[in-house]
Design a protein. Structure first.
Length: 403
């Protein structure tokens, strides 16, 4: 466990549920911020019950996902729909460096907790807002699920095979990418606050804009050349060869041979020396014109050898390649272990591996201090030690279901 992490001393109040906001909080907590997660008293964050769950001796079920997403956070409960719940939330935010919320735009204002409220009481506050379509504009009122935002962003359009329905990765990538954008926005705002007058600012993250940020040359190619990037299956438009090939053992390998000298080594290794020296294929522009010919040759070669044979031959030839892993493959790969990509925690007396959070810092790395804890497990600490409430006051709040 590192003795010092880069965000120590930064207090974050995490409001909202599910993935985008909580993933932001996870990244900040992993690198040392004190993240206080506020959940509704009844049930908590729904992600506590999503997908695969573990059941403790008392019959309480908690998702394995929560143990990862909720790590290092102090979990408290507050009913934000009650006057007392909002009052206590206001006090928490007044003492914080950062607030993260991912409610529909206008919700925090309706509760009297919008950013304008804190300009006098906490002028240094970095107020981080995550929504589907941003805080302004004609779509701002729409509910913003990652699936819909990935679609409108342009990201989904280029995924899949020509003539077929666009596909999505089997992950909530729009939420996670937005969480990364929000964490970056928080850090930029903190740096600006330290360098200038100490005032905070609003960080406005939209899910569809975070995915829009991944589109590389799609926009300038349309603006400059009128070209609409289309889906291209397992290939990458305008870069050849880079594709996925099925091997004789039924497994797939990815081969990236799009550098000129790399292509020559690839085709020589694959048994096509005439293609390696073919002037038509000497540069990427020529290879793009003859993509089908190249892919058919590589597909035929891979079909005659096992995936491991292909990988061994290409690694010896210094051609970028890789297997397509599932999670079991990752667990069995010594490189993943050597790089510390799995961190072990204990849940109800049983070991559980959860993923490390990147990036990797040499001097002040992040770390998992504890797995996602039970709902309301830090109520006494936060309301008592931080806000100064007595045990009787905390008990009364619990009796009234404010916490």
């Amino acid at each position: 466990m590192p003795t010092h992490r880069p965000l120590e001393g930064i207090r974050v109040i995490e409001l909202g549920q599910l993935l985008a906001g909580p993933f932001t909080g996870l990244m900040l907590a992993y690198f040392g911020a004190e993240v206080i997660k506020v959940e509704p008293p009844k049930g908590g964050d729904p992600i506590r019950g999503w997908r695969e769950v573990d059941t403790d001796a008392d019959g309480v079920t908690t998702s394995y996902w929560w143990r990862s997403l909720g790590r290092n956070k102090k979990c408290i409960t507050l009913d934000l729909k009650s006057d007392k719940g909002r009052e206590l939330t206001h006090r928490l935010i007044d003492g914080a460096d950062v607030v993260i919320e991912n409610f529909r735009p206008g919700t925090m204002e309706k509760w009297g907790l919008g950013p304008e409220v804190f300009k006098q009481s906490n002028p240094g506050l970095v107020y981080t807002r995550i929504s589907g379509y941003g805080q302004t504009g004609p779509y701002s009122h729409k509910p913003g699920f990652a699936s819909a935002c990935e679609a409108i962003s342009g990201f989904r359009y280029v995924n899949g095979h020509p003539g077929e329905a666009p596909v999505r990765p089997n992950l909530s990538i729009g939420d996670t990418i937005s969480g990364m954008h929000a964490a970056m926005g928080v850090l930029l705002a903190i740096i600006e606050r330290q360098r200038n007058d100490g005032s905070g600012q609003v960080v406005d993250v939209a899910l569809y804009e975070s995915m829009f940020n991944l589109l590389e040359a799609v926009v300038p190619e349309y603006s400059g050349a009128g070209v609409v990037r289309e889906p291209s299956g397992s290939t990458l438009t305008g870069i050849v060869p880079t594709n996925t090939y099925r091997c004789s053992d039924g497994k797939y390998v990815v081969i990236g041979g799009n550098g000129d000298s790399i292509f020559q080594r690839l085709m020589t290794t694959a048994g096509y020396p005439q293609m390696a020296s073919d002037p038509r294929l000497a540069d990427n522009a020529g290879r793009v014109q003859h993509e089908q010919e190249i892919d058919e040759a590589l597909a035929a070669w891979c079909s005659k050898h096992s995936s491991q044979q292909i990988l061994d031959l290409l690694e010896e030839a210094r051609v970028p390649c890789g297997p397509i892993y599932n999670v079991e493959d990752m667990f069995n790969d010594p490189h993943f272990r050597d790089r510390g990509l799995f961190e072990r925690v204990e849940i109800n007396g049983k070991p559980l591996d959860i993923p490390a959070v990147l990036p990797r810092l040499a001097k002040t790395p992040g770390a998992t201090q504890w797995a996602g804890s039970e709902i309301g497990s830090h109520n006494r600490e936060v309301f008592g030690d931080l806000l100064g409430l007595s045990d009787s006051e905390i008990n009364e709040l619990s009796d009234k279901q404010v916490i």
